[in-house]
Ligand binder design. Structure first.
Ligand code: ADP
Length: 446
């Protein structure tokens, strides 16, 4: 008992005894009166204490949301201390919860999948990315054994192998992705399973491998031919006309390699340099006229080559790149249009402000199934025709790169046997009417 309670009990006892003695003196029994008085005082004091104790017990049995009973003395202090301890505990639990929520939110924000597994591979927790990778429901599938839900044999074997030194690559259980998985054991038999979607990386890697294989093949073929000719020249006594012919063929193969290296360098440059700004304006007509002159030289009078549009526009972009794109389209039109065909070059401004440069021909045309892959590097509809006419298989891929770097897109329409139309669509912010009309500009130039 606290000194406070003791003193209250003694006070009740003494005060009760005194009052009892006074009343007993009146009744000529002061001692009996004092004893009874002390007893009654003690009983009252104990009853008050018991009532306070019961009040506190009631509060403790409840949810303790209201304030604890604010009594005086022993029970009051006990209630106060219990309530304070409880409130401190509640506060520290709330802080822990807050910290846990922040921690989980941070993991949730991770671009990688994170899954916590217990010692029987049951899912303790997983973030949304992991749920997407494995096709799970983060709430519904909690405490489910992960190998019951993700049944891919590679995944199950990896998890059960216990060998987690290296990450493994497995096909995503939903069938359309490739995942890289890493497991880090922790605690007692617990596992942290990290997953990363590497589909794009794998695709890029496969493309790189294909590209290297293609380039090697494209270079090896003319090299083999060249080395054959070198041997012929070295070992066989050739007549002058034969020697001339061999040299001509060697020149063709060298030209083929030069064209290939030139296109490869162009592609590398396009991929490696920053996007052209939208503030370098150039007049379109002179650019198209230059490309047209090259095409006419290539055609050597075998086709009708015309420039269709009238008024000029200005484009924001890199002149060399745009010239290369239009040049490639025109060269293709010449190469894939039989003699006597018509090739048109034109431009226009669409209602939505976009600019269009169009190259159309009345040539061989392209079957529908080839159209989606036409701009892939080294994709050819007819390999031998492409090579015979000096194609590298990279032309349209360069065109696509150029137009995409300028924020635009390429649109290809073609019908087998009738001809093709290649349209370069450039965004409105890169197209404007010329600052000065053509006549004024001519005067200014003079
Ligand atoms: P290539 O050097 O083989 O011409 P491109 O990338 O320029 O490479 O073109 C890819 C393929 O698209 C060509 O091999 C050809 O089959 C087809 N092609 C391109 N332009 C035309 C066209 N104007 N008419 C018909 N086919 C074309």
């Amino acid at each position: 008992m606290t000194p406070n309670s003791l003193s209250r009990l003694s006070f009740a006892l003494v005060f009760g005894a005194l009052v009892g003695a006074v009343i007993g003196a009146v009744l000529a029994e002061p001692l009996v009166g004092a004893a009874l008085g002390a007893l009654v005082g003690t009983l009252i004091s104990i009853t008050v204490d018991t009532r306070r104790g019961l009040g506190l017990l009631d509060w403790l049995r409840g949810p303790q949301q209201a304030q604890a009973p604010r009594d005086q003395g022993f029970w009051g202090e006990l209630a106060y201390r219990i309530e304070r301890a409880l409130r401190q505990k509640e506060q520290s639990i709330a802080q822990e919860r807050e910290r846990l929520a922040q921690f989980l939110a941070a993991i949730e924000a991770s671009p990688n999948g994170v899954m916590l597994l217990d010692d029987s591979d049951q899912i303790e927790w997983c973030n949304t990315v992991a749920a997407q990778h494995f096709g799970l429901d983060p709430v519904r599938d909690r405490l489910q054994r992960v190998t019951n839900l993700v049944r891919s044999p590679l995944f199950v074997a990896f998890l059960q192998s216990g060998d987690f030194d290296e990450p493994v690559t497995v096909p995503g259980p939903l069938g359309h992705a490739t995942l890289s998985l890493l497991v880090r054991p922790y605690g007692e038999g617990m596992k942290l399973l990290l997953s990363q979607d590497i589909t794009e990386r794998e695709r890029a890697e496969a493309m790189r491998r294909d590209f290297v294989a293609n380039v090697s093949h494209e270079i090896r073929t003319p090299l083999t031919v060249l080395s054959g000719f070198v041997e012929t020249l070295a070992q066989l006594p050739l007549t002058e006309p034969e020697r001339q012919r061999v040299l001509l063929l060697m020149g063709q193969q060298t030209g083929r390699m030069q064209a290939l290296v030139g296109d490869l360098l162009m592609l590398a440059q396009l991929e490696g340099s920053p996007r052209p700004g939208a503030d370098r304006w150039l007049m379109l007509t002179p650019l198209l006229q230059r490309a047209l002159a090259d095409a006419m030289a290539l055609s050597a009078g075998r086709h009708t080559v015309v420039l269709r549009s009238t008024d000029d526009i200005e484009l924001a972009g890199v002149e060399g790149e745009l010239l290369s794109a239009v040049g490639n389209l025109l060269a293709n039109a010449v190469r894939y249009t039989p003699e006597g065909g018509r090739i048109e070059l034109g431009w226009a401004r669409l209602d939505d402000g976009r600019g269009v440069i169009e190259v159309s021909d009345t040539g061989l045309g392209i079957a529908r199934e080839h159209l989606p892959r036409l701009t892939e590097r080294f994709y050819r509809v007819d390999g031998s025709r492409s090579r015979d006419t000096g194609g590298t298989g990279l032309g349209l891929s360069i065109v696509k790169h150029v137009v995409q770097r300028h924020g635009g897109e390429i649109d290809i329409q073609s019908e087998l046997g009738k001809g093709s139309s290649f349209r370069l669509l450039l965004p409105a912010l890169r197209v404007r009417a010329p600052a000065l009309p053509i006549s004024v500009r001519a005067e200014a130039a003079a």
